[in-house]
Design a protein around this ligand. Structure first.
Ligand code: GCW
Length: 685
């Protein structure tokens, strides 16, 4: 029995800012009762026993941070018991209770205890003194809650350190090598565990020659990173190149039917798991945007994925095979080819043929992380396949972490999208193995591209930390309220800020996704951005390019006709009722109008406004909302640490500049095409 003291309310969220670890509030003393043997001999799952000492370390750190001292149980006001027991079979689940001055966290595995510890931390002031709670059990919705890093080892000539990274350099790599000092990675592991994230792929899915070596001579370096993640229950994965057997192994080809190719991957897998026994598996972007893949040999994605799956299967490894496959050398004159249809066309026919350890990783929408897309129909089209839905925490098309954009509400909406109509299984259900036509044996989960780098505030914009936080919380519980998650984040991150300050943060960020949508591309029109950079307004930026990203604006009308009746037929990929809801102009939701239909500027929306007037109104209002947010910020900024406040000031200045640009350029574009003035006579150029 070990007893240590903590002040009564010390357990705030983990250190989102380097300085803000556990913050002491109050001074009552508690005793923490740990099981005698927190080394957990005899655990059923020895692979995760490294997590046990972490709990000890967490308790000790929390104590030390508040000058706690050991007290006997008899002297304590409250007892905290952390117990290993078989309350839940799921090794990540935990049960929490608070009765008669005894707070208990019980789990069948140290991983569950760790999540229980952070749950307690989130309860803040109420952790020990809130109302009684009887054995409340918490189980993650899916077993796979992952972040992918698009980190390059060296500075990529075009993409820099981190592809679509807006937070400085990689936390793993620097100048072509794995960083000597992995302190930031250890802090990151702790942040991830504190919100339930359990897997990380450390390198870019666009794999260069240098990164290929992570499978080979640089493997010991990967093992060093895995050693840092392991104590927080985070499993390490690598992105690999389809061409590795050729470029790294010197083979003549990488045909999945060539036995030498399989043998090469088997040897690679043996090496990797010998170095990292709890390694997670490989992520692969094949036949996508120029990356090599099995098409070169006339083979399918299933052929390719299954060959890799065979190589990693003896080790219990996973293959995350990305479904981001489309023709990026399209002819804009061809109105029938529709990039939105591509993932479904490439993957749905092969449902039921993928090996059990293949997870087909599908972007949440049919295009590419735009501010508004419908949920991808491909996610519902593979009942006999494990699927993961892929999101972006990094804000590639959503303001580069220069704009304050909280994405919890967007993700929550998508995760809860009911594919067969109200009350039917959702995206979250499907990725947890609940496809209504599935046999329940296939499971997947949620994966997102990370927004973390070596920036002092981790995420460029300090407010972008809210997205990292929300990603973990929503993947654990997709039904959680994203607004409450936002408040939890604010409290955990800025515990010293007054309730007015916290309320201002909620007001600034709460509807910020909707605000961003208002001043950028309207009504589901996508890609009105500068090609390649994906920042700032450029309405025709992609219009005549080969990327398959068009809106077809002319002097009468705009939008993509994706109907079966007269368009590309994309609506056909949805189950009922959505195939009809989206097909029909009368029932298609306004916010997706231009994603599904090509309509005149004078088309009347359900709101009663014409489409063109809606565009003008939302663009004027969007910028006004940003200005209101800035005013709210200015009212509370002095409560925040000076360096945080200075960074946020700088970001808001850029957001106002950029949102003004968006407003004026989009409005002017629509005005010049339609010739229809704003009903309110506001300035349009
Ligand atoms: O949207 C595109 C990005 C690429 C990215 C690709 C992908 C890693 O612009 O930078 O490449 O998506 O998801 O593979």
């Amino acid at each position: 029995m070990t007893t240590v003291t903590l002040p009564i309310d010390p357990l705030v969220h983990a250190a989102w800012l380097p300085a803000a670890a556990f913050s002491a509030v109050g001074s009552r003393r508690i005793a923490v009762v740990l099981e005698d043997d927190l080394s957990f001999d005899g655990l059923a799952d020895p692979a995760f026993s490294p997590v046990a000492p972490t709990i000890m370390a967490e308790v000790e750190a929390a104590t030390a941070a508040h000058g706690g001292a050991l007290v006997d149980e008899a002297e304590a006001d409250v007892l905290l018991a952390i117990e290993l027991d078989c309350c839940e079979e799921n090794p990540e689940a935990f049960c929490f209770s608070r009765t008669d001055g005894l707070v208990r966290i019980v789990a069948s595995n140290p991983r569950g205890l760790l999540y229980g510890w952070f749950h307690l931390a989130r309860l803040g002031k109420d952790a020990f003194t809130g109302p009684d709670v009887e054995n409340e059990c918490h189980t993650p919705h899916t077993a796979l809650r992952m972040l992918d890093h698009w980190d390059n080892m060296d500075v990529h000539p075009v993409m820099g350190h981190v592809e679509r990274g807006y937070s400085g350099g990689s936390i793993f790599f620097d100048h072509g090598v794995v960083r000597e000092d992995l302190t930031r990675v250890a802090q990151y592991a702790r942040l991830l565990a504190s919100v339930g994230i359990n897997r990380v792929a450390i390198n870019n899915v666009n794999v260069g020659r240098l990164e290929m070596r992570l499978l080979d001579d640089l493997l010991p370096e990967v093992a060093r990173i895995a050693d840092v993640f392991r104590p927080y229950g985070v499993t390490t994965h690598l992105s690999v190149s389809w061409a590795s057997p050729v470029r790294l192994g010197g083979l003549a080809d990488s045909d999945p039917f060539n036995p030498d190719v399989l043998a090469w991957w088997q040897a690679a897998a043996n090496r990797v798991w010998a170095a990292i026994p709890d390694f997670g598996g490989f992520v692969i972007k094949a036949d996508s945007e120029g990356q090599p893949g099995p098409f070169a040999y006339g083979r399918t994605h299933a052929d390719g994925a299954n060959m890799l799956a065979k190589a990693v299967e003896p080790h219990g490894g996973l293959i995350h095979w990305r479904a981001f496959v489309y023709n990026h050398t399209q002819d804009w004159r061809d109105r029938k080819t529709d990039r939105a249809k591509a993932a479904y066309e490439h993957f749905a026919p092969y449902d039921g043929t993928f090996a059990e350890n293949v997870i087909v990783q599908i972007k949440h929408g049919p295009l590419d992380f735009q501010v508004r897309e419908p949920a991808s129909p491909t996610i519902a089209a593979l009942p006999q396949t494990s699927v993961a839905a892929e999101f972006q925490v990094t804000t590639e098309y959503l303001g580069h972490q220069k704009h304050a954009v909280y994405l919890g509400r967007m993700w929550s909406q998508l995760m809860q999208f009911p594919y067969w109509g109200e009350g039917s299984p959702t995206m979250a259900d499907i990725v947890a193995g609940g496809h209504p036509l599935g046999d329940g044996t296939r499971i997947g989960g949620f994966v997102a591209v990370s927004n973390v780098g070596d920036d002092v505030f981790w995420t460029g914009h300090p407010f972008a930390q809210a997205n990292l936080y929300a990603w973990g919380r929503l993947t654990w519980d997709p039904q959680a309220d994203p607004d409450i998650i936002l408040s939890d984040w604010a409290l955990a991150t800025f515990p010293e800020v007054s309730s007015e300050g916290a309320a201002a943060l909620d007001a600034i960020l709460g509807k910020s996704w909707e605000t961003y949508e208002m001043y950028t591309a309207p009504l589901g029109v996508c890609f009105m951005v500068y090609p390649h950079h994906h920042y700032g307004p450029n309405p025709d930026g992609y219009e005549y390019t080969p990327w398959g990203t068009y809106h077809f604006a002319d002097r009468i009308s705009i939008g993509v006709d994706r109907t079966r009746a007269t368009g590309t037929g994309y609506t056909d990929q949805y189950p009922k009722p959505w195939r009809d809801v989206y097909e029909n102009l009368a029932t298609c939701p306004d916010e997706l109008l231009l994603f599904f239909h090509h309509v005149p500027y004078t088309h009347v929306l359900k709101s009663g406004k014409t489409m063109i007037q809606h565009v003008y109104d939302t663009h004027f209002e969007g910028l006004e909302r940003v200005k209101v947010a800035v005013a709210a910020w200015q009212g509370v900024r002095d409560e925040f640490p000076a360096d945080v406040a200075a960074r946020i000031d700088e970001r808001f200045a850029e957001q106002v500049r950029s949102a003004t640009d968006w407003r004026d350029i989009i409005n002017t574009y629509f005005y010049r095409h339609s010739g229809i003035p704003d009903a309110h006579g506001r300035p349009i150029y």
